[in-house]
Write a new protein. Structure first.
Length: 158
């Protein structure tokens, strides 16, 4: 179910008044054969610069940079999985509709339904939609330093 999202971006005019900079439709891309994502915005510096004239959706290919952020809508097909991965980011996720399972590499499973949130802190995980309905999520990723456990760096896998 490839989707679109309406994206309104605000800014300031030369007098400092608030304006709508753009109002557009953003197309989803295929993140996997069963997962579609829409890049809504990203930054590549911290703190971010609200006067940067670049379109934030064009700043990223996949996830947040170490000094940046990324904002996505993700749709998950029925009876599908997105493989194990680790990002070098702090990820805030909200299930908008449907049900999704966050599977940790320890085997632990967290089931999330509409309105539930998850805070992913650089952990190895996979996403599973084990229902016959599409699931929709919103994610904001914030770049972080690598996770160090027992003196070993746990590197990003995607």
């Amino acid at each position: 179910m490839k989707h679109q999202a309406r994206r309104i971006v605000t800014s300031h005019d030369s007098e400092g008044s608030s304006v709508v900079l753009s109002d557009s439709i953003v197309e989803a891309f295929e993140a996997s054969p069963t997962t579609f994502a829409t890049r809504l915005w990203a930054t590549d510096t911290f703190p971010s610069d609200n006067t940067d004239p670049r379109d934030g959706a064009e700043l990223i290919e996949t996830f947040a940079t170490a000094d940046g952020t990324a904002f996505y809508i993700v749709d998950w097909a029925p009876n599908s999985e997105f493989p194990f991965h680790r990002t070098q980011s702090l990820d805030y996720g909200v299930v908008i509709s449907g049900q999704l399972e966050a599977v940790m590499d320890s085997g632990e499973v967290a089931v999330l339904t509409s309105g539930d949130t998850i805070i992913q802190r650089g952990t190895m995980h996979l996403w599973r939609n084990s229902t016959d309905q599409w699931a929709r999520t919103v994610f904001v990723l914030v770049g972080t330093s690598p996770v160090i456990v027992g003196g070993q760096s746990l590197e990003a896998t995607m």
